[in-house]
Ligand binder design. Structure first.
Ligand code: GLV
Length: 328
């Protein structure tokens, strides 16, 4: 590298990756406030930088890309990239890196944990203690259900979905059905997972866990029609992206007892309002989008995000790239 490119770093990311960038003597500008930049701030800050290290709360849309078409690379600290207008970045020939695999274990743990938490009403029962309502042992009060042998349905059996399926299969002997655009033959072989049409997934799952990307096809795929098809005993788990479910329809389905419960690590909008009815439902557990929130995952994400930039400037390749056609 002759002159060291300037990178705008939009949040405080773990040191593991930032150190790598410093070692390569990139010039780093840090946004040091404890909030994402507004679109205006982001565009203004990015103006005199060649590279951007950003994350899911940064809106990299067409207006931003029109103003910042000089960017040489965008490196996203996340596996999901629905905050980025990928077709527009591709038209402008800007490669977009991302960080797959780094958080698969961590996110599957959250899905698995939410499944148990919802089936046994963890969050609601915790609240009864906080509000002085523990009372006496009640032989018939607030009963949950057991997971042994229940059918796990997965929408999007990819990197994270397979980890959830492995956990459920090993812990509770749960048969696995799934719906994907393409069949996952490795999972079929390893876990006996069965590929089924979407309607069958809805009708047969006892636990339905979402692990697909947010795309125009999956936005609001869980709407009133979908919830009506699900079992009244089913638990809906979403650790992928909030807009994959239509939140008013989910609330209605739970109120009407069309499904039994829900475990959400993602909501729409985020952050969720503190008076959202989901938060006071007995069979619902909500977390504030912390799927990748382990030290291990976040360190690894920062390393991958840094490597995407370093490799790009050193070799012209981006190891984890969303739009490889840009570099072809
Ligand atoms: C988190 O939601 C991610 O996409 O990495």
């Amino acid at each position: 590298m002759i002159d060291h490119p300037k990178i705008l770093i939009t949040r405080k990311y773990p040191a593991a990756g930032i150190n790598l960038l410093e070692q390569e003597r990139f010039r780093l500008t840090f946004w040091d406030q404890d909030r994402p930049m507004t679109p205006e701030e982001l565009a203004a800050e990015a103006k005199d930088h060649q590279a951007l290290l950003c994350t899911l709360t940064d809106r990299i849309d067409k207006p931003f890309l029109d103003r910042c078409s000089h960017l040489e690379i965008i490196s996203q600290f996340a596996v999901g990239y629905d905050n980025i207008d990928i077709p527009e970045a591709t038209r402008k020939k800007i490669p977009v890196g991302f960080t797959p695999d780094a958080m698969s274990e961590a996110t599957a743990d959250i899905a698995f944990g939410l499944m148990i938490a919802a089936a046994r009403k963890f969050f609601f029962l915790h609240k009864t203690i906080l509000t002085g309502q523990w009372g006496h042992f009640n032989p018939t009060g607030h009963l949950g259900f057991e997971l042994k042998g229940k059918t796990l349905g997965i929408l999007g059996l990819g990197r994270i979905g397979i980890k959830m399926a492995q956990r459920c299969s090993a812990a509770y002997d749960m048969p696995v059905i799934y719906h994907n655009r393409n069949r996952n033959l490795a999972a079929e072989k390893q876990l006996g997972a069965r590929h089924v049409p979407l309607d069958q997934l809805l009708e047969q799952s006892d636990i339905l866990s979402v692990h697909c990307a947010l795309t125009p096809e999956t936005r609001h795929i869980f709407d009133a029609r979908a919830f009506r098809k699900m079992k009244p005993s089913a638990v809906f788990i979403n650790t992928a992206r909030g807009p994959i479910h239509h939140e008013p329809d989910l609330i209605e389905a739970l109120n009407q007892k069309q499904i039994w419960g829900a475990g959400l690590d993602v909501t729409d909008p985020e952050p969720m309002a503190k008076d959202n009815p989901l938060l006071s439902m007995e069979n619902v557990c909500v977390l504030p989008h912390v799927g990748s929130g382990t030290m291990e995952a976040r360190d690894q994400m920062s390393v991958l995000a840094a490597q995407n930039i370093i490799e790009f400037y050193n070799t012209g390749k981006v190891p984890h790239i969303v739009n490889p056609e840009v570099l072809a």
